[in-house]
Design a binder for this molecule. Structure first.
Ligand SMILES: [Cu+2]
Length: 148
């Protein structure tokens, strides 16, 4: 192989590598926010939109501000507001899952400090796909007094 051809091949590989890195992430988080807490309040709620390119499940959440984070679903049954815990949140490929007031949300228990507007809370979201491969996505969420 001529050195000229080899050089061309190396350049081509490098270009391919670069373009791979610029690909959009497999799981993206948008519209994330955390509701500011009232004084003395020990629980909080976080919202976001999660979109995955392939089928996966949100199985665990860690946060910088709460001891425990649970996936909750709020619904109205017979006129009564109910909240229940979901073990995991299943995501279909390329279908945004909206965690928003009145529906799914992340419930934060045992807040380490009050959630103040303007602060940021970090979450590590653990996803597991059908092959049990785990992906962790870290996201910073701004604290807001009301839904943006
Ligand atoms: Cu809840």
């Amino acid at each position: 192989m001529s050195s000229k051809l080899l050089g061309l091949l190396i350049m081509l590989c490098a270009t391919l590598l670069v373009s791979c890195h610029q690909e959009t992430p497999a799981i993206s988080i948008t519209d994330q926010w955390v509701r500011a807490s009232a004084e003395g309040q020990e629980v909080g709620a976080a919202y976001m939109t999660i979109t995955s390119k392939s089928e996966t499940s949100l199985v665990k959440i860690d946060s910088s501000i709460a001891e425990i984070v649970e996936i909750h679903q709020m619904s109205i049954e017979n006129g009564v507001m109910k909240m229940r815990m979901a073990q995991e949140l299943d995501l279909k490929a390329n279908t945004p899952s909206h965690l928003a007031p009145g529906g799914y949300h992340l419930m934060l228990f045992d807040l380490k400090k009050p959630l103040k507007a303007g602060d940021e809370v970090q979450f590590s979201l653990h996803f597991k796909d059908k092959l049990n491969k785990e992906t962790v996505v870290t996201v910073n969420s701004p604290v807001k007094t009301e839904q943006p």
